[in-house]
Design a protein around this ligand. Structure first.
Ligand SMILES: NCc1[nH]cc(CCC(=O)O)c1CC(=O)O
Length: 320
């Protein structure tokens, strides 16, 4: 163990005030506290809650208010202004381009990236009755679930995880679909009826991963964050995010991607990336799978392959 004396300082951690954001920020601070102690950084941590536009507009489907960056803009401004020193984001809510002067300082190890269903009475997805009402506000989930079961009646629901779970009862739904990761982090995994196979519903880019944003100029925080970075997750997420960026995708289009490490060689880790673009009604689902060692090249290659298959038409129809 290496003990280096550093300037003791209190690191201010910005977070949204949703239960999920507070919980995952708490987990990250706990991990950073341990690293700080083990390496003799002598850092203290303090939480600052920030209300974002996405938190204020809860009654409109996100895709209609221009979802991109809706949950991060105010937080990034606070970072740039020096009001906070780092911010924990769900990777899938992070825009693919960060503002000048900010960077992603760490990508901690990813948890389960899959979607899951919570069904009334716990029935498995494949046993849901004809015409079952499924709650989700994600175009990606809606598109893929319609492709899987055209009879499903997709209903838009929004809100925090707990309010979406309540809507299963209060809005008479048969099932809701949400990210396994959110439930895991809240300690609510016992509510999950079953995971949804990525072959049925490819997850969102970055789902299950966190990103920790900091100032490029803050070497102290960067040094600390580097010790929390998980190289495999960072590679996978880089491939998925390059793919998303190459298709100009926000959450206004049904788009999904998932990368996994499928091998190791002297050239580094080998990644396999699956990318998907669908029409909102699920009548078209385009998918491509490629393997490679360079995450950026791989992301671009899968995006290119999807364009060649006709993804451009879907994107153009959706005005992206
Ligand atoms: N869309 C909102 C959102 N952003 C991050 C998560 C939690 C999962 C994660 O960190 O990937 C969720 C909830 C959900 O999609 O059900």
């Amino acid at each position: 163990m290496q003990h280096v004396s550093r300037e003791a300082r209190t690191i201010v951690v910005g977070t949204r005030q949703s239960a999920l954001a507070l919980t995952q920020t708490g987990h990250v601070i706990e991990a950073l506290r341990q690293i700080s102690e083990a390496h003799g950084f002598g850092y203290e941590f303090e939480i600052r809650k920030i209300v974002t536009k996405g938190d204020r507009i809860l009654d409109v489907t996100l895709s209609k208010v221009g979802g991109k960056g809706l949950f991060v803009k105010e937080i990034e401004q606070a970072l740039l202004d020096g009001e906070i020193d780092l911010a924990v984001h769900s990777m899938k809510d992070m825009p693919s381009e960060l503002p000048e002067g900010l960077m992603n300082g760490a990508v901690p190890k990813r948890v389960d990236p899959r979607d899951c269903v919570i069904t009334r009475g716990g029935v498995p997805l494949e046993e849901l009755p004809t015409g079952a009402a499924i709650g989700t506000s994600s175009l990606r989930r809606a598109s893929q679930l319609k492709a899987y079961r055209p009879d499903f009646d997709i209903r838009s629901i929004r809100g925090n995880i707990d309010s979406r779970i309540r809507k299963l009862e209060t809005e008479g739904l048969d099932a809701i679909v949400l990210a396994t990761a959110g439930l895991l982090r809240m300690g609510w995994e016992d509510r999950i009826s079953s995971p949804v196979d990525p072959d049925i519903c490819l997850p969102a880019v970055g789902q299950g991963a966190l990103g920790i944003e900091c100032r490029e100029s803050d070497s102290g925080v960067r040094e600390l964050l580097a010790l929390l970075d998980d190289a495999d997750t960072a590679l996978a997420v880089a491939a998925e995010r390059t793919f998303l960026g190459a298709l100009n995708g926000g959450c206004q289009i049904p788009i999904g991607a998932h990368a996994v490490i499928t091998g190791r060689s002297e050239h580094g880790s080998e990644l396999t990336l699956t990318g998907m673009v669908g029409s909102p009604d699920g009548s078209t689902i385009l998918k491509e799978i490629r393997t490679g060692t360079d995450p950026q090249a791989l992301g671009l290659e899968v995006a290119q392959a999807l364009r060649a298959q006709g993804a451009d038409r879907i994107l153009a129809e959706l005005g992206s």
